[in-house]
Structure formats: structure tokens, C-alpha cells
Ligand binder design. Structure first.
Ligand code: HSE
Length: 413
């Protein structure tokens, strides 16, 4: 029998406790022995919960108990998750975490400690919730050179964008609905500003390249400036707008970014809607492979933690090689990446046609009845070149006393 502890009895932690009970037989069979929960660490008491007799408040009890071989970290955030996880690994315990902030910020160090201590630091649940993606990257696709990963990695923002797309809602109304359904936090910044997606694509990039990725180097733009008007154009154009975390890996470097992206129906991620996540991985031999499912939520995410606990149980006395090295991967600035650009411009197309052609070259034009503006879709341009063209266009319009660009959304189609 293996004794385990859970740190944090919130949504994920309670889900892990529930699955350990509910799927006890299948877990025993796969792990080779029973995994029994001994402690649940939390600041609070849960007198009416099934783990009432296991609740402890002092981390030292876990750290100093040699019986505990596997620790689940489901506290979230960095403090005290980071010192607690580090102490568990140093004490020779395996750790499974769902905490992307922890993995993105301290993964390199924690993986190294796990290697030295011959234990495991697993984090399947940190990206894509219940969707298997970390393990496929280090196991099923280990013979591949991963060239690109593009994911819809945040369920909350995907729900908001789906509402705006399908029901014509404003960003504010869709956010409110996401909050009332319990998807978005009262402070939704980490989701809507793209920070959550940034950490997740950083982890996936590091897994794919085998090198450390500094998430701070990844250009990150959220969805707060996407409007219902953008979706009106999208509808007419047969497109949609999704929050992408993308990483293109080549020659030991990555072009990585988080940004809303206009895509058409030919894109496999087009039909990833609501709170679902989708991750498209392109290997140099495999070509594209798509991972789809519940990217958040109690039981799906806890299910991924359970899989990590089982792998730890199967490797109690050995370290499973996975993760990345301390050598950092160079992340290129967004200015070097290329996209098409959807741009909304004030005024009428007939007045602006000459200037648009001067600064952006040949474009597709879209006009919506009743609006004092039009939209263009440029050809593929490097971001740096686009920014220079957009600034010069705006300056030229201002010189003539005319308003210029109202909106820009990158496009992949
Ligand atoms: N806030 C995250 C999401 C939770 O909406 O996807 C899962 O990481």
C-alpha cells in the first residue's frame, strides 16, 4: 500500500480524493497496489467532508512522515506551493501537481531536484486539464521533432469568445455569464489577459523542445479588446476568433506568442467551443495530431493528477526521464513572426482605398452595412513590417484630419 497526501482541498484536491475512492479498484490494478490517502493539508477544516479525519494544518507532518511517498499539490499559486513542493522532493517524495504557475516559474529547478533525488515531479494536469498532453509529448511523441504546438488552452476565455460568436454578446456580458457559471474567477485577469495561456504554452514549448522556457519572454495579449463588432465581421467572413497559445520551434529557437487569432473553418481548432480546450501538435514525421477535451473542471483535472500518481506508483524507486534541461530556449520577439491581419478602419473604403493599398498592399475588403468603417484582411506580413505600415497609415490619416485604425486582430488562414 502506498500512502499519499493532498495539499489543498479546493476543487482539484477534493476531486483527487473523490477519484481515489470512486476508482479505487482500477487505480489499485494499474498502480500495482492501493494508493491510500493519509493526509489532506489545508488551512480550513472540512468537518462534513469524506476526508474530515485526514485534515491537517501543519506541512511538517507530510514532510517528516516517511510513509508518505506521493504528494499531490493542488493549492495553486507560488506561495507556499513552491517551498512545499521543493521540500517534498528533497525529502524523497514524488509530487504530482496541477499548478501551471508553479511549473512555469520553477519547473526547471523542481525537475532537477526530482532527477537528483530519483523521484518524479509530474504535472499532466497543469496544461489542458483532463486532456492528456504532457505524457504524449514525453512518451508517445518522443521520437518526433515537434515543429509546432497551437492550443486553445483556456476554457474560460474560450467560453467567452464562443458566447460572443454564437450569441452576439459583448465581452462584458459574456464575462459576466462565465462568472455566474463559475468558470471565470471574480478577478478574471489571469484568464482574460492571457496569463494562464502564457504559462501553459511555455510549459508545452519546454516539453517539446526539452529546454527551459522563460514565460516572461512570450508575447501575451488577452481578449479584453475583442468586441461584438469584430464578431459581426467574422460571421460575414465565415471566420471565428479564438485565443491561441502558439509555439513554432525551429533550429533550437521558438517563435511563441499568446494572442486572439482570426481563423476559418479549415482550421482544426475552429470547432473547439465553449469551455473545451484543443491542442494541435505538429511533429516532423507525424504531421498534425489534435488533442481535444475538458481543459478545466474538478474531475477531468483530478483525473490527470491520478494518472500522475499511478505513474509515480509504478516508478517508486526510479526517476522517469521527462521535462526539460536547464539550458534556456531562445524565444523570438513577436516582430519576427508572420500573420495576416484583420484591420478595422474608420471611414469609407472608397476614400481610403489608395492609402490602404500604399501601406498594406493588396487586401481583401469587408464592409458591414450601417457602420462608419470597413475592414481589411492583409496578405501575410511580418509583425514588425505590419506595425510600421499601420503606424505610417495612421500618421497619414491624421495628417488629413481623419481617424484611422480601430482594431487589429492577427489572422491565420
Ligand atoms: N482558468 C483555467 C481555464 C482553469 O479557464 O482554463 C484551468 O487551467
Amino acid at each position: 500500500m502506498i500512502k499519499a497526501a493532498i495539499m489543498g482541498y479546493g476543487t482539484i484536491g477534493s476531486g483527487v480524493a473523490e477519484i481515489l475512492e470512486e476508482n479505487r479498484d482500477v487505480i489499485r490494478e494499474k498502480a500495482g497496489q492501493e494508493i491510500r490517502l493519509k493526509y489532506v493539508l489545508d488551512l480550513r477544516d472540512f468537518p462534513d467532508s469524506p476526508v474530515a479525519d485526514k485534515i491537517i494544518h501543519d506541512f511538517k507532518q507530510i514532510e517528516e512522515d516517511e510513509e508518505i511517498r506521493i504528494v499531490v499539490e493542488a493549492m495553486g499559486g507560488l506561495n507556499p506551493a513552491y517551498p512545499f513542493v521543493k521540500a517534498c522532493l528533497l525529502a524523497g517524495k514524488h509530487v504530482a501537481t496541477s499548478n501551471k504557475a508553479l511549473v512555469a516559474a520553477h519547473g526547471t529547478e523542481l525537475l532537477e531536484i526530482a532527477r537528483q533525488k530519483r523521484v518524479n515531479f509530474f504535472f499532466e494536469a497543469s496544461v489542458g486539464g483532463g486532456i492528456p498532453i504532457i505524457r504524449p509529448l514525453y512518451r508517445c511523441l518522443e521520437g518526433e521533432r515537434i515543429e509546432e504546438i497551437t492550443g486553445i488552452l483556456n476554457g474560460t476565455t474560450n467560453f467567452i469568445l464562443t458566447k460572443m460568436d454564437e450569441e452576439g454578446e459583448t465581452f462584458e456580458a459574456a464575462l459576466k455569464e462565465a462568472q455566474s457559471r463559475g468558470y471565470a474567477e471574480r478577478n478574471p485577469e489571469a484568464d482574460v489577459e492571457g496569463y494562464d495561456t502564457c504559462r501553459k504554452i511555455a510549459i508545452l514549448t519546454a516539453m517539446a523542445a526539452g529546454r527551459e522556457v522563460h514565460f516572461e519572454d512570450i508575447y501575451t495579449e488577452g481578449i479584453t479588446r475583442i468586441t461584438d463588432t469584430d464578431f459581426k465581421y467574422a460571421k460575414q467572413m465565415g471566420t471565428s476568433i479564438k485565443l491561441f497559445g502558439t509555439s513554432r520551434i525551429h533550429d533550437g529557437r521558438a517563435s511563441a506568442f499568446v494572442a486572439p487569432m482570426m481563423i476559418d473553418k479549415a482550421n482544426p481548432l475552429y470547432s473547439v467551443n465553449d469551455v473545451f480546450n484543443g491542442i494541435l501538435v505538429k511533429g516532423n514525421m507525424l504531421g498534425p495530431a489534435m488533442f481535444y477535451g475538458s481543459g478545466a473542471g474538478k474531475l477531468p483535472t483530478a483525473s490527470a493528477v491520478i494518472a500522475d500518481m499511478i505513474e509515480a506508483s509504478q516508478n517508486l524507486d526510479s526517476h522517469v526521464p521527462m521535462g526539460w534541461s536547464e539550458k534556456p530556449l531562445c524565444v523570438e520577439p513577436i516582430e519576427t513572426a508572420s500573420f495576416r491581419y484583420f484591420v478595422r478602419i474608420a471611414g469609407s473604403w472608397t476614400d481610403r482605398e489608395a492609402d490602404v493599398n500604399t501601406y498594406f498592399g493588396g487586401v481583401d475588403v469587408h464592409v458591414l452595412e450601417g457602420l462608419d468603417e470597413f475592414a481589411i484582411l492583409t496578405g501575410r506580413m511580418q509583425e514588425g513590417a505590419f506595425r510600421r505600415a499601420a503606424a505610417a497609415f495612421d500618421t497619414a490619416e491624421q495628417a488629413e484630419g481623419r481617424p484611422g485604425i480601430r482594431q487589429m486582430i492577427r489572422a491565420e488562414m
